[in-house]
Design a protein around this ligand. Structure first.
Ligand SMILES: [Zn+2]
Length: 416
């Protein structure tokens, strides 16, 4: 047991300088950041991060899936690792806080503990997980770390695996070595992630912090409607078997059904492919890629079923055939309640307003939660704008989040 230095705080100026410096790497004309995974700017960011780690007197570690870590080792013989992290990659022309905040706040926590001369019974590690945003494959780094990366599967179905393999090769990641990145869960104590909310719930509610209770599950379905291509003008109305007309009806109904029956559910149809794609020919085929999300895994399964049934119904009404195929499923996950309670206590001690909140976006924490106790802190995103250069979080909120993160690290270390 050690006495927790509850007055210890992060060096806000240093964290701010780091965030400002990092935002210069891949900076865009609009004031955003483009650091696509495994691109030159992504590599520059990793190198910059490795230098910052060394400057702080910490150890640098990298692994077979491109994750980069800074480590403050413990002298304790049976020490486990307490992980803090997020991602340094971005979407095209994204914001400067998404991902970067969690990695750099983690680094700041390690520096604070080191400077305070605390001998913790756990190793501290701040980690940058590669390709969280899915330039190639979402959660590539965290999945590899968790030992859950079975194969290379680019998010973009038009992208051949060979192209992804070539991109990985440029940064020295070998397909055959990916399995070596797996960390033994028995060596881990917990995983913590500080992230911007990316929605506007905290901003609207006027709360300083969000304590994440779970991450919504997500299923991507491919719904295909098949009809018949005939002359657009001469085919009588009763004989038309218009695949796109049925699909359009389906999409509208799906939005209504999810809104009416699943208040916490989310539906999106973001991709429609129509064949033969001629303005004077009735569409014979419409392929939709739709997505649904829900915080409860069982309700998500019912939503999926409902969406498929709706497709069959819509098809029948339009004399079409429909098929419904699950392309991807990421289960809804819960964060660890005992850590959330510790965080609540710290928020109260530090006088920060907070609320429990479900994450609607995906995060590395959802992957880590499958192998180790995990918790997340959200800071508000002004107007909920994220994945845009306009992404912004007030500095006092960032400081509050980083300080709750630091104290959570100390509390978990003390309990270890
Ligand atoms: Zn992110």
């Amino acid at each position: 047991m050690m006495a927790i230095p509850t007055q210890l705080r992060i060096n806000a100026e240093r964290l701010k300088t780091d965030l400002d410096d990092l935002a210069l790497i891949g900076q865009t004309d609009e004031g955003g950041v483009t650091r696509l995974a495994f691109s030159q700017d992504d590599v520059r960011a990793r190198n910059w991060f490795a230098n910052r780690i060394e400057d702080a007197g910490l150890l640098v570690r990298d692994d077979e899936v491109g994750n980069v870590s800074g480590i403050l080792p413990s002298a304790h013989p049976h020490a486990k690792t307490l992980l803090i992290g997020s991602h340094l990659d971005t979407v095209p022309n994204g914001g400067r806080y998404d991902g970067s905040l969690g990695v750099l706040a983690g680094l700041e926590c390690l520096r604070c503990v080191r400077e305070a001369g605390l001998a913790l019974p756990v190793h501290l590690e701040t980690i940058n997980y590669s390709d969280q945003e899915g330039t190639w494959q979402s959660f590539f780094g965290s999945m590899g770390f968790a030992g859950l990366l079975r194969d290379l599967r680019p998010n973009d179905y038009n992208q051949p695996v060979t192209a992804m393999r070539a991109a990985l090769d440029t940064v020295g990641i070998r397909d055959s070595e990916i399995h070596l990145a797996r960390r033994d869960p028995s060596t881990l104590l917990a995983y913590l992630e500080l992230h911007i909310e990316q929605g506007d719930r905290l901003d609207v509610a006027g709360r300083e912090l969000g304590l994440v209770t779970g991450v919504v599950g997500r299923t991507m379905l491919q719904v295909t409607f098949r009809g018949e291509s005939t002359h657009a003008a001469t085919t009588r109305r009763e004989r038309r078997r218009d695949a796109l007309h049925g699909a359009a009806h389906y999409i509208t109904r799906a939005y209504d059904v999810i809104a009416d029956e699943y208040p916490e559910g989310i539906f999106n149809c973001g991709d429609v492919d129509v064949k033969p794609g001629q303005f004077n020919v009735i569409p014979s085929k419409a392929v939709l890629r739709v997505e649904c999300r829900h915080p409860d895994e069982r309700t998500l399964a019912r939503m999926e079923e409902r969406l498929c049934h709706l497709a069959y119904e819509s098809a029948e009404e339009h004399q079409l055939k429909a098929t419904c195929e699950t392309i991807l499923h990421r289960p809804a996950v819960d964060m660890t309640d005992s850590i959330i309670r510790t965080m609540e206590q710290i928020c109260q001690e530090q006088g920060h307003t907070y609320q429990r909140i479900v994450s609607l976006a995906g995060h590395d924490a959802q992957v880590l939660s499958l192998i180790t106790p995990t918790a997340m802190i959200f800071v508000p995103t002004v107007d909920g704008l994220s994945h845009t250069p306009h992404e912004f979080t007030h500095w006092n909120h960032i400081e509050a989040g980083a300080n709750v993160l630091l104290q959570t690290v100390l509390h978990l270390a003390e309990q270890a």
